[in-house]
Design a protein around this ligand. Structure first.
Ligand SMILES: [Zn+2]
Length: 457
């Protein structure tokens, strides 16, 4: 018998969920233009009696782009430190959140007291879907309380009733020891940190003499868990019963998608507070939720006081895995394909770095580690006409000839499958960074050290 955090909304036919959400959106639109100078501008042409009765009606509303939020933030003042999209008074703000800043100047978001409650409930819904229960002892490794994956994630674990062990900020060796001592049963980690853990966990067990209680890993912060080779490595290395992927967006809701026991794509779990659409990334046309459809995720918050967004272009591209699930949840199940921000143009053709990584790590599983880094010459580089520099890690020690043969084999496979030329460097195992929060798959040659400001260990 399946269990749900919010049985009514999670099992209601999706079309009915969307109809209910559309009513909530309609109810907030007029007041939104009065509360937010950003939406007074963006929605200036909307009629006051505009009714959104279905998901299709949302198309009458303009998109909100990340640049709209940046420009709104530049209007910050003493009375409105969050700028033109601060939709409550300063007295009603109880928390500020910062984006991770991986793509430029960080953006700030606000929470009212109600927003904090909403976040905690929605995030708890995702953790519940991902298999966390009140008797779990959860290690939370994000070291930065102010980012969306910091305090809001912690609030979600506490709301669910799990035991929160906030180990983020300690050195990695200490994190691993504390996890054994506290009998941690569940862990929220980036995919690459989970891999690092799978490599180190036995040694920590021998050192502490404490048998592992760890059974559940929730991966987030970087796409990748959908790769079967990576799943096998992490699950096998840690003797796990659960390995689930989650995804959210700091601008909207820190966690919105979570995998159920089917472990085959993430369900949308924020239906009580956020409406989600799928659109064609080029034309902006609304796409139907149908198995196999791919598009960009677009979000509308209808229960957000402080910094609401309407039809916000996430720049996350997703594929709909299925609209039905054995678990009984009715929300779409998706897999994240990649981000627009990471997309490269190779000889006029769009390429996601994740497509290169997924091909290489699947085809060469057992010979290379399930990680990959791709190099740009400058932060702004999008176009490549020559070979794209790519680093992989060998799974076993290799001599120079073996290393060269492996590199040539990978280059040939990528050229044949994706029509993209890459120049592969094979590193020793452990040569790529394994951060605990948001690892970039793309690195920049002329930037600061490759570890990056978010790879806190
Ligand atoms: Zn399911």
């Amino acid at each position: 018998m399946a269990e749900y955090w919010n049985a009514e909304l999670e099992t209601m036919p999706w079309v009915d969920v969307e109809r209910w959400q559309a009513e909530q959106v309609t109810a907030m639109l007029v007041a939104l233009r009065q509360r937010s100078r950003l939406y007074a501008r963006l929605h200036a042409a909307l009629r006051d009696d505009l009714a959104v009765r279905s998901a299709a009606d949302l198309a009458a509303l303009p998109f909100t782009l990340k640049d709209d939020l940046r420009i709104a933030q530049q209007a910050a003042s003493d009375a409105a430190p969050l700028g033109d999209n601060q939709a409550v008074t300063r007295a009603d703000l109880v928390q500020a959140i910062s984006s991770s800043g991986t793509t430029g100047q960080p953006l700030y978001y606000g929470l009212s007291a109600r927003d904090v409650e909403v976040f905690a409930d929605a995030v708890a819904n995702v953790w519940f879907t991902a298999g966390i229960r009140s008797d779990d002892v959860v290690a939370h490794l994000v070291g930065l309380p102010m980012v969306a994956g910091g305090l809001p994630y912690a609030d979600g674990f506490r709301r669910l009733g799990a035991t929160l062990c906030w180990l983020g900020g300690f050195p990695t060796e200490r994190i691993l020891r504390e996890m054994r001592h506290l009998r941690v049963t569940a862990l929220l980690a980036t995919t690459s940190f989970a891999l690092h853990l799978a490599e180190q966990w036995d040694a920590v067990g021998s050192e502490t003499g404490i048998v592992s209680c760890l059974r559940k890993v929730i991966g987030g912060g970087e796409p990748g868990l959908a790769q079967p080779a990576l799943r096998r490595r992490i699950a096998g290395g840690l003797a796990l019963t659960h390995l689930r992927e989650t995804m959210g967006l700091g601008d909207v809701m820190p966690s919105m998608w979570g995998e159920c026991e089917a472990e085959a794509g993430m369900h949308f779990n924020a239906q009580r507070y956020v409406m989600v659409e799928l659109v064609d990334p080029d034309s902006g046309a609304t796409l139907p939720w149908r198995d196999g459809t791919t598009g960009e995720l677009v979000y509308t918050t209808f229960a957000r006081d402080a910094t609401p967004v309407v039809r916000y272009r996430s720049r996350d591209h997703a594929e709909v895995i299925a609209m039905r699930c054995a678990c009984g949840r009715t929300s779409p199940r998706i897999r994240c394909i990649g981000r627009t921000d990471d997309m490269l143009i190779y000889k006029g053709m769009n390429v996601f770095p994740t497509a290169i990584r997924d091909l290489v790590t699947a085809r060469f599983a057992g010979r290379v580690e399930p990680l990959l880094r791709l190099w740009k010459e400058s932060a702004g580089q999008v176009r490549f006409d020559g070979a794209i520099a790519v680093d992989v890690e060998a799974s076993a020690p290799l001599d120079d000839a073996q290393r060269a043969a492996l590199a040539r084999g990978i280059e040939a496979a990528v050229r044949t499958q994706l029509q993209v030329r890459v120049a592969v460097t094979v590193l020793d195992r452990g040569g790529l960074p394994r951060g605990v929060y948001k690892n970039a798959i793309v690195a920049v040659r002329d930037a600061a050290p490759a570890a990056g400001k978010d790879s806190k260990r």
